[in-house]
Structure formats: structure tokens, C-alpha cells
Write a protein that binds this ligand. Structure first.
Ligand code: ATP
Length: 308
């Protein structure tokens, strides 16, 4: 008989409003064990509010949340003891050393100092900060601080990790290092829930993701499946002088769909060869031919206009 493992997090019809305005408006989703699940959405879509409700840090207006088998907010504290949390902004204590930060954080979970001290070398190693336990937080770069915050979230050996924009503000090298660490955690069987504004990050890490907008779920699925379902396979971007004019006048002959953003025309095509061949005769137009990505899905479903 097959045995279905219980979901680490089930969110059903979650609603949360601020000053009468819905931040989360009836959101439902469930994580599978061992997967990386992404919450994507424009600024103000309700991602952080959703995470906070899931962790019992913000009280929902209605809906039910079950986190690691516990009802939230009623037994959020018990559930949180088995969750690792990486907040959007680092909240390391700048007056303490790296090792002291682990100790303070671990005590919050009721762990003994001996238990925490025994784990510190391994956690520092994971953060790429081996042997630096006695250093002060102020001496760390932004990337080091993020890695330390991630390592600190592992102090209680959590089953589920909740990460709010884990790589915002990091340079490409630092982002790759964080991705590498997150993959290690997934390989070790952890479940991850993350929010991100980086579509490449979501495409790379997430087994499944939800795009939310206005506090509602717009679409859910595996990144590749969402791309295949919503976007033509090829995109030819045209930019620079004359690009928009050409796209308006002639683009429709070659493209299933054209979107404009600033001075760029995005031609979505099932078959790119005829368009690429045609553009060879127009060297003044700058072009970029690429496969469709999750960003194309995101922009199609949530629009291109600014949200703040
Ligand atoms: P971002 O990508 O910018 O982090 P988000 O998707 O995480 O956005 P939230 O931070 O959850 O979105 O915000 C959703 C909405 O709720 C926004 O309109 C925000 O202004 C509002 N909001 C969030 N927290 C509060 C609060 N404590 N008081 C009042 N309004 C709030």
C-alpha cells in the first residue's frame, strides 16, 4: 500500500486585510515533502504577509493553516520549533560574534549551549565561514551575512525552511553560493518555501511555484510546465531606434504575440527562424533571440506596469 506523507504546510482560503484592504484574499496551497515551493508576485502581492501568517507571526482574518501538522496560529510556537526562518532583512545581532549569534538563536528553541556549541563548526562550514566563530558580525560582507542567517536557521535542524527573498541585494557570486547551499538542503531532504523576485532563481530552485497577485493565486505549477503552458517557445527581443515602429508595422507577420515595454518589443513566436532571417536584412535593429523563460510567464500574467 502506498503511503502518502503528510504535507509540511497546508494553507486553505487564507484572508488577511490591513485597514480594510486585502493583502491576502483567499489563498490556498500545499507543500509536498522535500520540494522547493516558490511564492512569486509583484511588490505588494501579499507574499510576506502569507509567510508571516504561516509562521503564526501575523494573525489571519480567516482561513486555516496547518504547519508541520500543527494548527496555526493556535500552536504556532510548537510548529516553529521545527521550522528554519530566513527573514527578508538580516536580523543578526551586530554586537555579538558569529558563534554567539548561533547560541542566542538556539536558546530561543530551548537548545542547551552544549548542543548548540557542538553544531557551530558544522554550521559555520555550511556558511563558508569555517573557523570564523569568534569574528564580529560587523566584519562580514552582505553575502556572508546572508549565508550566516541561512546557517543560523538550521540550528534547530528544521524539517521546513521558510526563506523570504534569500538573495535580494547579493552579487551574482554570492547568489550562486546561496543556491548551492539551498540545493544541498533539498538533497538532504528538507522542504523549502521561498519568496523571490528573481525568476532565474525560481526557475532554478523551485519544483513548483505559485504566482500570486492582489493576494490571490494566479497560477501554480512546475516552472517548465508553466512556461510551456503559457508562453510561445521562442522570444525575439527588438530594441533600440526603430524597433517599436518595425514591430508595430511588420512584427505581426512573424509573431503570435508582441508585447511592448519601454523601447523594447518582445515578439513571442512558435518558430523563430523566419523572423530571425527577416531581421538579418535590418542590421540597424538590435535583437536578442532567446528561449521563453519564467519571467515571460510572470509578466504575461501579472502585467508590465509598476506596482509601487
Ligand atoms: P514585496 O514583494 O514588496 O515584499 P509582498 O508580496 O511581500 O511585497 P506584502 O508585504 O505581504 O507583499 O504586502 C501586501 C500588502 O499589504 C501591501 O499593500 C502592503 O502595503 C500591505 N501591508 C503589509 N503589511 C502591512 C502592515 N503591517 N500594515 C499595513 N499594511 C500592510
Amino acid at each position: 500500500m502506498s503511503h502518502v506523507l503528510p504535507s509540511p504546510l497546508v494553507v486553505d482560503q487564507l484572508v488577511k486585510s490591513y485597514d480594510g484592504k486585502p493583502a491576502v484574499a483567499g489563498l490556498s496551497f500545499a507543500l509536498q515533502r522535500g520540494e522547493c515551493y516558490g511564492l512569486l508576485g509583484p511588490n505588494g502581492a501579499g507574499k510576506t504577509t502569507t509567510l508571516r501568517c504561516c509562521l503564526g507571526l501575523t494573525a489571519p482574518d480567516s482561513g486555516t493553516i496547518t504547519l508541520l501538522g500543527e494548527p496555526v496560529p493556535a500552536r504556532a510556537r510548537e510548529a516553529r520549533a521545527r521550522v528554519g526562518i530566513v527573514p527578508q532583512f538580516d536580523n543578526l545581532d551586530p554586537d555579538f560574534t558569529l558563534a554567539e549569534n548561533f547560541l542566542v538563536y538556539g536558546r530561543y528553541f530551548g537548545l542547551s549551549d552544549a548542543t548548540i556549541r557542538a553544531r557551530i563548526p558544522e554550521l559555520l562550514e555550511f556558511a563558508g565561514l569555517a573557523g570564523k566563530g569568534d569574528m564580529g558580525i560587523r566584519t562580514l560582507s552582505g553575502g556572508m551575512k546572508r549565508r550566516l542567517t541561512l546557517a543560523r536557521a538550521l540550528v534547530n535542524d528544521p524539517d521546513l525552511l521558510v526563506l523570504d527573498e534569500p538573495t535580494t541585494g547579493l552579487d551574482p557570486q554570492a547568489r550562486h553560493l546561496i543556491w548551492d547551499r539551498l540545493k544541498k538542503l533539498l538533497n538532504a531532504g528538507k522542504t523549502i518555501l521561498l519568496t523571490t523576485h528573481f525568476m532565474d532563481e525560481a526557475e532554478r530552485l523551485c519544483d513548483r511555484l505559485a504566482i500570486v497577485d492582489g493576494g490571490k493565486l494566479v497560477v501554480e505549477g512546475a516552472p517548465r510546465a508553466l512556461i510551456a503552458q503559457h508562453i510561445e517557445p521562442h522570444v525575439v527581443e527588438l530594441y533600440g531606434e526603430g524597433a517599436a515602429e518595425w514591430a508595430h508595422a511588420e512584427g505581426g507577420q512573424f509573431s503570435q504575440r508582441i508585447e511592448f515595454s519601454g523601447e523594447t518589443a518582445f515578439c513571442y513566436v512558435a518558430e523563430a527562424a523566419p523572423l530571425v532571417a527577416h531581421l538579418m536584412d535590418r542590421p540597424a535593429l538590435k535583437t536578442l533571440h532567446r528561449p521563453a523563460t519564467l519571467e515571460d510567464v510572470f509578466l504575461k500574467l501579472t502585467g508590465r506596469e509598476l506596482r509601487d
